[in-house]
Design a protein around this ligand. Sequence first.
Ligand code: UD2
Ligand code: MN
Length: 420
Amino acid sequence: MAAYLHKECKLRLFCTDIPPTSIIITFHNEARSTLLRTIRSILNRTPMHLIQEIILVDDFSNDPDDCKLLINLPKVKCLRNTERQGLVRSRIRGASIAQGYTLTFLDSHCEVNKDWLQPLLHRVNEDSTRVVCPVIDIIHLDTFNYIESASELRGGFDWSLHFQWEQLTPKQKAQRLDITDPIRTPIISGGLFVIQKSWFNHLGKYDTEMDIWGGENFEISFRVWMCGGSLEIIPCSRVGHVFRKKHPYVFPDGNANTYIKNTKRTAEVWMDEYKQYYYAAQPFALDRPFGNIESRVKLRKNLHCESFKWYLEKVYPELRIPKDASIQKGKIRQRQKCLETKKETNHEIPKLTLSPCIKPKGEDASAQQWTMTGSRIEHVASHLCLDMDMFGEGAEVDREIVVNPCESSLMSQHWDIVSS
Ligand code: UD2
Ligand code: MN
């Protein structure tokens, strides 16, 4: 592991006379080796007086010993959920027993770098409304090597509420006088951050109705900015993280349903009239259940938070507002027959067929429901888009209308309505 710190960080003085922090790590079926690497790196690379405790929350992993055996290490405490709660409720549980002045959240597959903690605690100690993140380096998925990532990045997103890393614009770069200066970020990636404990509680912790994984980073980011705080990435603090290609755990209600539920709650509570752009990008969300949001709406009111318009203007003016957010819903008909999808065994992607538009009682009508937003036609039930596959070459090309995973950059998924 190389240090990768800007040499300028050595010249910056970070206060070390800071109250200790509670480190909170939740996990569900994490490999023991990566969990141990996370904790060992913390114990090796952090001044002990800055750690109040390391609270592990075992989110009902298959083997209870994963957590239990680790309490033999210094500072480590272990809580185990009696049923799967998801990362939001697990983090809140960890925070509820924390005794430190600040809370430091980490994922369970990290390696903290040298001097990672002081720069974070220093910033929060100066101003308790700041919520701060390290630069996230990459732990290679196959080799587990520690790889430096670009440090002039910030968090951004599109209207479908998917997180993405963004390069700073030349203007934003020019505004930074020193490469060690904090980078203000519209959104945090979600896993690794420090927040002052009473500020976390005052702001309403997290939305406890969010399940398993996903979306909570949008909710906490909008809330922090709109209710009087700020989000920063601190270039002098670096932590490695294993970015995985797919989730190594199951979602009891399905991956897409859970993500939609969590992001829909965020859009409904925080995005005001701008939620229409979320629904245009994610029409699948329109009919999905999302539970009761009353207490979160009330929280927003009690905290006297700014509007989403304010957030877009002041925090994320780079997010372009789409010209067309109209959504059309309905069937695609040819005479008496309607376009629908049919799932075949052994095939992940369903096939397209035409079948009678009027369905016998008891048969699922949602197979014929489509939405059109902009130039994309999406199948409501499967969340797939109307597309064209091509086979062969030159004059021999065969074309077939199919459904495929939606991708707005694909021209083969662009359609127009032409009135005849
Ligand atoms: C990112 C965040 C992650 C979280 C997520 C959005 C980083 C580095 N990671 O995805 O923290 O904000 O976006 O939700 O920014 N876990 C549980 N119970 C569960 C599921 C997960 O405890 O039911 C744990 C899991 O073991 C891990 C943490 O929650 O320690 C985050 O999950 P992840 O690593 O799968 O999320 P990631 O890094 O893809
Ligand atoms: Mn992770």
